[in-house]
Every structure is written in C-alpha cells, then in structure tokens.
Design a protein around this ligand. Structure first.
Ligand code: ATP
Ligand code: ZN
Length: 296
C-alpha cells in the first residue's frame, strides 16, 4: 500500500498552523511527543516533523511528497540546490496566508539609501546568501555577501558588514541594533510544496484528494455564508454588494409578497460596511455565518 509523507516544522512559528491545516483537512495522526514521525491513522499519509530548513531538501530528494514551509526558506534552498543541479524544481501549490514575513535590506540608522546601486562594492551580512545574490544580480549590483547563521543584525556594529538582509516582522530587533529597513528583497508566507518526483497512479490519486481538501480548507477560511431578506426588485443591487459571491440562491418567503430570502457564499471578506450597504439597499435579517469546508 502506497503511503505519502508530509514534512512540517517540528517546533517554531509554522508548526501549530501547519498541523491544524492538516487536521482540518481530515488527517489524524498517532502523535508521539519526541518522535519525528507520526503515523497516519485514517489515511495512508504520515507526518515528518523536522527543522524548516530541511523541508526543501526532503522534497527535492523525494523523501517526502509534500511539505509546508515559508517561501523564504523554500526559495533560498532551491537556489542553493540549483547551484549544484541547475534543473532542480520545487513548486508552491497553495499559499496558506500564515507565516507572513519580509526579507529586508537594512542599513545603519544614520546612513542614506537612494536605491540598490548604493550597495555597489559594499558588504552584506545575511542568512539568505542565495536570495540576496539573486536580488543583487537582478538590480545589477556587485557587492560582497557574508553568510552568517544567526545574529545577523549585529554585523554592522561589529564592522563585519555595511548592511544586512534579514527577516523582519515588527522591526523591534532592527531598532534595538540601530538599523532601519530600506528595501524589500522578498515578501513571504507559508505554502504547500510538492516534491518533483513522479508518483505511481495510486499515490497521485491520494495526492489529488489531499490537495483538494487543503485548498477547500483554505478557501473556506476566507469564505462566509450570507443570508438575508430583500425586496425582489432590488436583487441585482444586493448581489453586486455581496463580496465575491456568484449567483445567489433566491427563495420565496411565504406570505411576504415582494420580499425574498437571499443566500450566498461570499469568497471575500465581509465587512460591517458591506452589511450597512446591504441595509441601505433594502435588506433585513442579515446573517453572516462561517464556512467550515468547501468542495467545488
Ligand atoms: P527551525 O528550528 O525549524 O529551523 P527557525 O528558527 O528557523 O526554526 P522560526 O523562527 O520558527 O524558524 O520561523 C520559521 C518561519 O516562519 C520562517 O522561515 C518564516 O517563513 C516564518 N516567519 C514568520 N514571521 C517571522 C518572523 N517575524 N521572523 C522570522 N520568521 C518568520
Ligand atoms: Zn529554520
């Protein structure tokens, strides 16, 4: 019997949401606290819990068939792999809208920055040498790269670099080290990646089922089910206000004359402003409900 393996981060910023996504996709695992391998209980899909940096390699080597990892790590490791094997491929299948971060160029607070050309002949410290190199090449800049595995932000004050390229979320670490972000190298979020290895027919079927479910969970998270009452004469106007809704279901309301019930799935965020606009268009009894699962 074919089994698929999914790699996720063992402990870190992506762990909880990666596991929750898989569980909401209907997978259940025999969890064990210190083991790196969780056996799949209800489907032939097992989990591998590893450092996020190892996930791209596990996919490239075909040890795992799916992995959840930040675009920052996946792209860096893919570029690294391509330096040895130019045809290496790693495909992001679904962006997951968590683990958002930005890989930024940062310089000492008192320095000026007009654009990438200012970096010509300078030294940059980073844990992302391949992404940094690619960004420099894309901008036609020649600079030296110092690869550091941690504490990148202290490099300028130690005099080992003029600037850094590092992940930034709030900017607190930068400020503490008297640095300021001045350009974006990459904007990143967690994504589902698939191994380039080909699968047999049975495994491919299982993969499709799994990916359809994951996509369904992700779409459901963004969607809302909206129910309301409205005058039939204003249906076109009401439909136009519902964000990301396709043709809504219209139901007769017994003994209410011109008023009908309207049900619609909104695939975009529904704000209070939308509800107020609906009310002005004659809607009443407006209900917004979460959607748990979706299968197109
Ligand atoms: P590991 O032990 O698995 O190697 P780590 O220390 O490399 O862990 P985390 O700090 O848990 O990793 O970050 C994992 C991923 O979370 C990052 O690669 C990035 O994609 C994402 N991320 C989101 N926000 C941030 C942030 N503010 N700083 C760093 N990473 C972030
Ligand atoms: Zn890591």
């Amino acid at each position: 019997m074919t089994r698929l393996k999914i790699a996720i981060q063992k402990s870190g910023r992506l762990s909880d949401q990666s596991l929750s996504l898989l569980e909401r996709s209907g997978l259940s695992f025999a969890k064990s606290k210190d083991k790196l391998f969780w056996f799949g209980r209800n489907l032939p899909v097992d989990l591998l819990l590893v450092r996020d940096d190892d996930i791209p390699r596990l996919l490239l080597e075909g040890v795992c068939q799916l992995g959840i990892v930040g675009e920052n790590v996946a792209r860096e490791k893919l570029l690294e792999a391509r330096s040895r094997k130019p045809k290496a491929q790693l495909e992001a299948l679904t962006l997951l809208d968590f683990g958002h971060c930005r890989l930024m160029l940062a310089i000492p607070e008192q320095s000026d920055y007009q654009g990438p050309a200012d970096l010509d002949g300078k030294r940059l410290a980073t844990s992302y040498p391949y992404l940094t190199r690619q960004w420099l090449v894309d901008n036609g800049v020649e600079a030296d790269i110092v690869t550091l595995n941690g504490a990148v932000e202290i490099a300028p004050s130690l005099g080992t670099a003029d600037a850094i390229v590092d992940l930034v979320s709030t900017g607190t670490t930068l400020r503490a080290n008297h640095l300021k972000a001045c350009d974006e190298v990459l904007s990143s979020q967690a994504a589902v990646y698939r191994s380039p290895e080909t699968l047999d027919e049975e495994a491919e079927k299982l993969m499709t089922t799994l990916l359809t479910r994951i996509e369904g969970v992700r779409r459901a998270a963004e969607s809302k089910y909206v129910m309301l009452h409205a005058p039939r004469s204003r249906l076109a106007e009401i439909s136009a206000i519902l964000p990301g809704a396709e043709s809504p279901t219209v139901l007769t309301l017994e003994g209410q004359g011109d008023r009908v019930a309207v049900h619609a799935v909104c695939t975009e965020q529904v704000f209070w402003e939308h509800l107020e606009e609906l009310k002005r268009a004659g809607a009443s009894a407006v209900l917004v409900l979460p959607v748990e699962k979706m299968l197109a």
